[in-house]
Design a protein around this ligand. Structure first.
Ligand SMILES: Cc1cc2nc3c(=O)[nH]c(=O)nc-3n(C[C@H](O)[C@H](O)[C@H](O)COP(=O)(O)O)c2cc1C
Length: 334
């Protein structure tokens, strides 16, 4: 049962940036926060078991205060281990914890978590219940519309019902099924067709559940359209590849005052974070690899990106490389 004491999930999280391994690390999240101050940011998936090895905990869980609101995404199938991870997320100050039931990679399957758990709704429910009881943090679940031949509407509704009963407060649904054998993770993000209608039907049949649509959303207009039906919308690849495309979301969704956001301003906003990273012996490239995406479809974009990537990949590249790159953009009015 849903614990009465759990805080209700915020209605405010109508737009989120999807969890993406090797993409939504701290640096990209700080970048994205310059673009939207309101979007919910997700971490990359962290394997819950890895959090039991204390030497890694800081590296895996650390985030900057400006990343709020931020959800920690974890993967696992053991209620005790997931409950412990939830307690840690709570004490580190995350805003939500999200269980990954959508990843179809063979490595994740061999650990019996990710999308293959859709075939075991009772186990997912046990995990979610343990997580919900472990702390006050809202527990949410990210999943597909089905896997392999378990892809009927009834299957999806039964899955969601069981997991909601256990205490999940929002369902972020990648609106395509996953084939666990035969397709690799990348193919599983393109080949199975998007079926928004199935997610819309679920929302119609379960209007009280919070449902967030994910998959194939390319533009702010797509988001606004989706928000006519769903409680939230989650964008992955189109946010990573085109971060500035989302610069008006706070005004469009929340009626915030328009802000003039440019690539150079975003980079300048990243400088304190970058300086901090370099002081801790981090590499400039860790940050600049994400920054490249800020400049596209303008004359000279390719040359600017090439120049930055050549310089930022050098071992001793320092902050001035990024400062100069920002200045070049500002001089060009970008
Ligand atoms: C490079 C990459 C890494 C991803 N890693 C994760 C992950 O760690 N956890 C997860 O739930 N989904 C992961 N996904 C899936 C995305 O969160 C999202 O569900 C998927 O890309 C569909 O949304 P989109 O069409 O807006 O990109 C990943 C996707 C990509 C492209």
């Amino acid at each position: 049962m849903i614990a009465d004491s759990s805080p209700q999930i915020s209605n405010a999280y109508r737009f989120s940036i999807a969890p993406m391994l090797d993409c939504t690390d701290r640096h990209f999240r700080v970048l994205m926060r310059q673009v939207s101050q309101r979007c919910l940011l997700y971490t990359e998936m962290i394997v819950a078991k890895a959090l039991q090895h204390s030497t890694q905990t800081n590296r895996l869980l650390e985030f900057h205060a400006i990343e709020h609101p931020i959800a920690l995404q974890i993967g696992g199938d053991n209620p005790k281990v997931l409950a412990e991870a939830t307690r840690m997320a709570s004490s580190w100050g995350y805003d939500e914890i999200n269980l990954n039931i959508g990843c179809p990679s063979p490595r994740v399957q061999s650990g019996n978590f990710g999308a293959c758990l859709m075939a075991q709704p009772q186990q997912v429910a046990r995990c979610v219940e343990a997580m919900a009881q472990a702390s006050q943090l809202p527990v949410t679940v990210k999943h597909r519309i089905g896997i392999d031949n378990l892809d009927s509407e009834e299957f999806l509704i039964t899955f969601v019902d069981q997991v909601a009963q256990a205490g999940a407060q929002r369902f972020s649904i990648h609106a395509r099924k996953a084939w666990l054998e035969g397709l690799n993770p990348k193919q599983n993000r393109t080949i199975p067709p998007l079926q928004y209608e199935k997610v819309a039907n679920l929302k119609r049949k379960r209007p009280l559940l919070k449902i967030e649509l994910n998959g194939g959303i390319e533009t702010p207009q797509d988001c606004l359209k989706a928000l006519e039906t769903f409680d939230g919308v989650m964008v992955g690849r189109a946010a990573y590849s085109h971060p500035l495309r989302w610069q008006h979301m706070d005004e469009l969704i929340y009626g915030e005052q328009p802000r003039q956001i440019t690539a150079s301003k975003v980079i300048k906003g990243l400088l304190p974070h970058t300086e901090n990273h370099l002081v801790k012996n981090g590499r400039l490239w860790d940050i600049c690899k994400h920054v490249l995406q800020l400049v596209e479809e303008v004359p000279g974009a390719r040359a600017w990106r090439r120049n930055l990537s050549q310089k930022a990949q050098k071992r001793n590249a320092d902050l001035t490389v990024l400062e100069k790159a920002a200045q070049q953009l500002e001089d060009a009015g970008l």
